[in-house]
Design a protein around this ligand. Structure first.
Ligand SMILES: C[S@@+](CC[C@H](N)C(=O)[O-])C[C@H]1O[C@@H](n2cnc3c(N)ncnc32)[C@H](O)[C@@H]1O
Length: 205
């Protein structure tokens, strides 16, 4: 099977998930990639929905490192995980640009998710920003295992969202084709700036 065939096969099987929505499709792709016992990153934990999803994927033998700059988000995620009795998470109140400070020597990442934008029902001025998002993605790529996946759910309807979207697309379009496959999925008939998905897979050498 060619290096692209595996991702294509996963995507074809995921068509029904995509029709359910972009976030659901992002979870489908991670589910196909991340295995029990591995390390996964939630770069923007917010209310903890993606953190909880990753926790279940890696299981008790695995580990999730979840970032958010806001105390409220860390609090919400901690509460969500406690309700579900999950303790295989390291919760970090810091920007995802500092991700390498929290990776142990020799560790590799199998999957990561970025859910861009602002914390729902919170301060809409605290948003992810293009430059730091791209820097964090580049740093995670350094630790991503071959075949590993970074998914980015791009919400861009809020103030600052268009700038971030443009920076992310511009920079990720320049990633070396030999090293990674970068794909974009979106609905073309939805109104009001629907979110879309970017998936980055590290190619096998
Ligand atoms: C759309 S929300 C994430 C939703 C979350 N994934 C969930 O499941 O509820 C985006 C989050 O990114 C956080 N954020 C903004 N800039 C960040 C940064 N540089 N590093 C980490 N988190 C950041 C915000 O505080 C906000 O909570």
């Amino acid at each position: 099977m060619s290096k692209y065939a595996k991702l294509n096969e996963i995507m074809e099987r995921g068509v029904m998930q995509m029709l359910k929505g972009v976030l659901s499709y992002a979870h489908y792709l991670l589910n196909e990639t991340v295995n029990t016992g591995e390390l996964a990153i939630d770069a923007t934990c917010g209310n903890g929905n993606d953190t909880l999803f990753l926790c279940k994927l890696v299981g008790e033998q695995g580990k999730v490192i979840a970032f958010d700059v806001q105390e409220q988000a860390i609090h919400n995620t901690k509460k969500r995980l406690a309700e579900e009795k999950r303790d295989n998470v390291i919760l970090i109140q810091d920007s995802h640009v500092n991700v390498e400070n929290y990776i142990q020597p020799g560790e590799t990442i199998s999957g990561a998710i970025f859910n861009l934008g602002y914390l729902p029902k919170s301060d809409k001025s605290i948003i992810t920003k293009g430059e730091s998002t791209v820097t964090a993605i580049q740093k995670i790529l350094n630790y991503l295992k071959e075949g590993g996946l970074i998914v980015i759910v791009v919400y861009h309807g809020h103030p600052g969202g268009t700038e971030e979207k443009n920076t992310v697309i511009e920079e990720l379009s320049e990633l070396e084709q030999r090293d990674v496959s970068v794909l974009r999925y979106d609905f073309i008939n939805q109104k009001n700036n629907p979110p879309f998905l970017i998936a980055i897979q590290k190619n096998k050498r």
